[in-house]
Design a protein around this ligand. Structure first.
Ligand code: PLP
Length: 464
């Protein structure tokens, strides 16, 4: 019950509390302190969110690309409640084990798209990617290669916001004011068809990207580079799928230079591309994999770092050099998180939701292309299965970007919200993203696409 001394708070009062006291992530802080939130969400079911005023919205982003099985799944809620009653917490330090994390570890290793050996649990995609970097460093220290420490990420990649993962993220807006990236991080070229790949065939673009990576490795020296991290499809950087043949071309380069490949499956993992993992769709053969978001459909914060047997054997040998492995979180292997994940994976299976993501995803792609393909301010409609984006440009032929000060994508998102649909403007890509729950109905996709098309028309009218 929303009470304050017996008084039930209404939407306006809640918004006022939020405006005065909440410090929001990824928010224009002064604007929020002035204006407060656009709405206060109080409920969710399927792909629909409800606000304190009783208005409903299609959530075309599944939160932040994460509520894959949809809101309000009692199966997961019950699993969480049962676990909280039976064993609310158990740590995993010093070999301590509890039942659900043990079961989840085995299940993830069995599901992995390429053979994996062990899984280390954390709380978020960011901390998991920080862990991956520590693992890559530890690996090279055990192997007696203390200079092999740099990490190559890609421009437009998104890997989180912590001190290390924020630097791996290849978006300048996340570095500004934070003294990032740290000095051991490098960025390779983004595989954007619309910009870096403009006018090139897939084969030419792949060659350009591979040359860029080779040149970067040559400049830095392969003996200084520990790992390369990549999302199968870059999400927050613009929903960018690499050109056909990209990973097939760059993996041999990484192998030749003994550089580990980390697949960041935080968005793509657990079905968003219509197969269980993005690595399978893109032909990635990672040495390490990061999972989060869809692992629990965000019913509980949980992430995992999966490592291959090749990596694991070296880490395990590390004990003789460095003593017991000195890394872990209070909430690593949280039993409630593991129970939520097991229930979530059960739902993916019982409701065949990965196949459904492929099917309704194909419908969403078709609808997006039909609605935006010929729009005068759209440069590209892209994506596959249940992840998509529409990029706005000032000149389609050039192409030429809009002046960022015009804030085209955020204005479209705001206009769509007024029409009852929640989307997301991607930082510095002038794009709107779509990444709905797998349970979204076709009629809800129609409602979302139509609202966004109207919203884009409105903003186009304002710009002309
Ligand atoms: N990696 C990818 C691909 C992501 O999309 C995200 C979050 O959006 C992260 C890592 C960071 O995850 P978190 O926000 O849970 O720290």
């Amino acid at each position: 019950m929303l009470t304050n001394g017996g008084h039930r708070l209404d939407g306006g009062e809640l918004a006022e509390l939020d405006r005065r006291f909440a410090f929001h992530p990824f928010t224009a802080l002064a604007d929020h302190e002035r204006n407060g939130p656009p709405m206060v969400v109080t409920g969710g079911k399927g792909a629909i969110l409800t606000d304190a005023a009783g208005r409903d919205y299609v959530d075309a982003m599944a939160g932040l690309w994460c509520v894959n099985v949809g809101y309000g799944r009692t199966e997961i809620a019950d699993a969480i409640a049962d676990q909280a009653r039976t064993l609310s917490y158990c740590h995993a330090f010093s070999s301590m084990a509890s039942d659900k994390p043990a079961m989840l570890s085995a299940r993830l290793i069995e599901m992995a798209p390429v053979p994996m050996s062990k899984v280390f649990f954390g709380n978020s995609g960011s901390d998991a990617n920080d862990t991956q970097v520590k693992l890559a460093w530890y690996y090279n220290n055990v192997l007696g290669r203390p200079a092999k420490k740099k990490i190559i990420a890609r421009e437009r990649g998104y890997h989180g916001v912590t001190i290390v993962s924020g630097g791996l993220t290849g978006l300048p807006g996340l570095h500004a004011g934070f003294d990032l990236p740290l000095p051991f991080i490098r960025h390779a070229m983004a595989p954007r068809r619309l910009w870096e790949g403009h006018g090139l065939s897939d084969a030419e673009f792949v060659a350009k990207l591979a040359d860029d990576l080779e040149a970067l490795i040559a400049r830095e020296g392969a003996d200084t580079i520990a790992a390369f991290i990549a999302e199968p499809v870059q999400g927050a950087g613009g929903v960018i799928a690499p050109p056909e043949g990209y990973f097939a071309a760059i993996q041999p380069i990484l192998e030749k230079h003994d550089i580990l490949l980390i697949a960041d499956e935080v968005i793509c993992g657990f079905g968003r591309l219509g197969q269980m993992f993005g690595s399978s769709v893109m032909g990635m053969k990672p040495d390490m994999m990061t999972v989060a978001k869809g692992l629990t459909s965000a019913y509980f914060p949980l992430s995992g770092c999966m490592v291959s047997e090749k990596v694991w054997r070296v880490l395990a040998e590390g004990g003789s050099k460095f003593g017991p492995f000195g890394h872990g979180y209070t909430y690593s292997s949280h039993p409630i998180g593991a129970a939520a994940a097991l229930a979530n994976l059960d739902l993916l299976e019982s409701d065949a939701l990965v196949a459904r993501a492929g099917e309704v995803g194909a419908y969403m792609q078709e609808r997006l292309r039909a609605a935006f393909g010929d729009h005068p301010m759209v440069g590209e409609v892209r994506g596959q299965a249940l992840i998509g984006a529409v990029e706005f440009v000032a000149d389609r032929a050039g192409p030429a970007a809009f002046d960022p000060a015009l804030k085209v994508a955020p204005r479209v998102v705001k206009a769509a919200l007024d029409r009852g649909v929640i989307g997301r403007a991607l930082p510095s890509a002038d794009s709107i993203a779509f990444s709905p729950p797998f349970v979204i109905e076709r009629a809800e996709i129609d409602r979302a696409v139509e609202a966004f098309r109207d919203a884009a028309d409105q903003v186009w009218g304002e710009l002309k």
